[in-house]
Design a protein. Sequence first.
Length: 311
Amino acid sequence: MSSGTALVRRSEELRAAREPFVHARVVLAERPTSANPGDEAVVLADGTIEGFVGGTCAEATVREQSLRVLRTGRSALVRITPDPEPAQDGKVVVHNHCLSGGTLEVFLEPDLPTPLAVVVGDSPIARALVEVGAAIGWEVQRWDGAVPDGAAAVVVASHGRDEEQSLAAAVAADVAYVGLVASPRRGDAVVASLGLEVDEAARIDTPAGLDIGASTPHEVAVSILAGIVTARADRAEAAPGPDHAHDPDAGVVVTDGAGDTSEDTAIDPVCGMTVATVPASLHVDHDGTTVWFCGPGCRDAFLADPTSFAT
């Protein structure tokens, strides 16, 4: 089986399991590099790289940038260079001074699970939500007593059945959108009965959906799905994004690759590269501190003489 065929099958397995990943493909390789145009890999949410897109130093950058792509949900063309370069339109330019030479460009494309919504109840609106949700490509499941992992929304349209249990479970699971189909008066009473904190209660949208003048069950379903889309977009906008300078209008991103840290990255004390702090990245425990490395060369240099490097 060719490596390309194996990656296709692996991608299908990940989609079936609703596991997010990034497809990485080398689109430019200037000598000397160990990668070639067309080399590809999948990068999992834990930083594991399956496939080949370059040596250990290039992998460290691809891993870090792929995890950012998973956070933002936006594709990125990453240019990895051994020497500093100015900004380039439409590219993430990373100065990776660990590279032995040459320049790589790797296209990173996130493959995220189809949005999952859970519908509680069997009312006409609940049935319309299942139908309309499927029509726009969502996965819609019926409530089975628990909130599944990765649920984007829980909509309660049961007219009094299982309302409190399902609403409380959705809030506890930190689902992006929690909606209750009810009149304003009854909806407020149901939410008040849950005994939630003020900020938790405010997360329940009731009457569920945007006010678009909907009257039929299918129109109401459209308004609710529109509310879910809005809530997901608001949460994505509020989430921490890339921690390097960027111009969203021009699509320009530049990072030195060194000293560019966030709460989920660390600095390799040997070469100064930014490394994703995930299990797949090389690391050692030293004097009670976890030290992260871009590759085995830096790790071995550190272990040979830890006192020479600030941690």
